[in-house]
Design a protein around this ligand. Structure first.
Ligand code: MRU
Length: 362
């Protein structure tokens, strides 16, 4: 088995997305030539996970430019068409801030070349999307290196949802930390929360860990307290979709419950996320928009109805864990500790400063 899972790749003018809805049963790639296809893929969770959503959107802007230029659209009209595509992509999912961050990067890069036209615009956008992808890969490795110091030998780690290579350019965020600890020779075992309703844990995290040869056990979400009470969990480690300036963290629904359980059992909860997930514009988690998804995701599974016809279901896709329940937040710039406000703004500032340096090869 190879360990180089990548959820997206741009080749010969098309964006290829690994269809995460079909994993682990089928490895099918979706070929996208138009930005609307990518927007649909983000909405349907064909591609998912905060950084991967942002990266897909960045390449979708390149596709939009290709389509417009192919249709002979130039000048102001081209820029107007791109602004429309960016606005549409921004409506695909509301919680993961990486989406808005990546679209802002693309818009800013375009704006810095006001005289560029045609193929040149495509080239500028493609180079920017490639840069964002490369920086995400580097951030994942750096997070892994910092985060591994939090993982003792023999640790039983409980994780929720999927925060592996599938959510990023490669390597992963929270699972990247597990992977880095494993690569450093530490023996680890991962309790994989199934993660209702869409089973990102049972389907995706278990698949990734198996490929990496990292021991893991899938549990249903309601088993976490049982294993914590029996001393079978040493720490909880998850990714994030948006982190407010004070450290309040939005992640897959159920993370907050785990945080409360971890506190009750005296266990640390660690979050691993790149600085592109930190939203310093929000003072705290109450300002984070929580995505509400279709009721059918709860009342049925893969088209098979499991609840009575007509019953109502609630389906918030994320919840917010208060900063006070988080022991540390790992970013590519280091380990932020409570109270997070100072460390997080420091990490974001130093990462932006580095991003502004010229990257060789571009
Ligand atoms: O709805 P999803 O599958 O996109 O949710 C993903 C998560 O909640 C992940 O835990 C999160 O994006 C962190 S991993 C970068």
């Amino acid at each position: 088995m190879t360990d180089d899972v990548r959820p997206l790749t741009f080749r010969d003018g098309a964006l290829y997305l690994l269809d995460q809805r079909l994993l682990p049963g089928e490895e099918t790639w979706i070929e996208c030539h138009r930005y609307e296809q990518v927007a649909a893929a983000i909405r349907t969770l064909t591609v998912r996970g905060a950084p991967a959503i942002g990266l897909s959107a960045a390449f979708a802007v390149v596709l939009a430019a290709q389509t417009l230029v192919d249709h002979g659209i130039e000048g102001e009209e081209l820029r107007f068409g791109l602004a429309e595509a960016i606005a549409e992509l921004a409506t695909t999912r509301p919680t993961a801030v990486n989406l808005f961050w990546a679209l802002r990067q693309m818009q800013a890069e375009l704006d810095s070349y006001p005289d560029a036209a045609g193929a040149q615009v495509i080239g500028i956008l493609r180079a920017e999307a490639d840069r964002v992808l490369r920086e995400d890969a580097a951030a994942n490795r750096a997070m892994g290196a910092f985060g591994a110091s939090l993982i003792p030998d023999g640790a039983n780690i409980l994780t929720h949802c999927n925060a592996g290579a599938l959510v990023s350019s490669e390597f992963g965020t929270a699972l990247g930390v597990v992977r880095a600890a494993h690569e450093r020779g530490r023996s680890v075992h991962v309790w994989v929360d199934e993660t209702r309703p869409l089973l990102q844990g049972a389907r995706l995290t278990a698949w990734e860990l198996q490929r990496l040869g990292i021991p893991c056990t899938v549990i249903t979400d309601n088993m976490a307290a049982h294993f914590m009470a029996r001393g079978r969990v040493d720490l909880v480690l998850t990714g994030a979709d948006r982190i407010a300036a004070n450290g309040d963290t939005a992640n897959k629904i159920g993370t907050y419950g785990l945080a409360v359980l971890a506190r009750a059992h005296g266990l640390p909860l660690y979050i691993a996320a790149p600085t592109t997930t930190v939203d310093l514009d929000l003072r705290n988690g109450s300002e984070i928009t929580i995505e509400e998804r279709r009721e059918e995701e709860v009342t049925s599974y893969r088209g098979q109805q499991v609840a009575p016809t007509g019953v109502r279901a609630a389906n918030p896709a994320f919840d917010v864990t208060p900063a006070g329940l988080i022991a540390a937040i790992v970013t590519e710039r280091g380990i932020a500790r409570p109270p997070f406000t100072h460390d997080l703004s420091d990490h974001v500032a130093s990462s932006r400063a580095r991003a502004e340096l010229p990257v060789s090869g571009v």
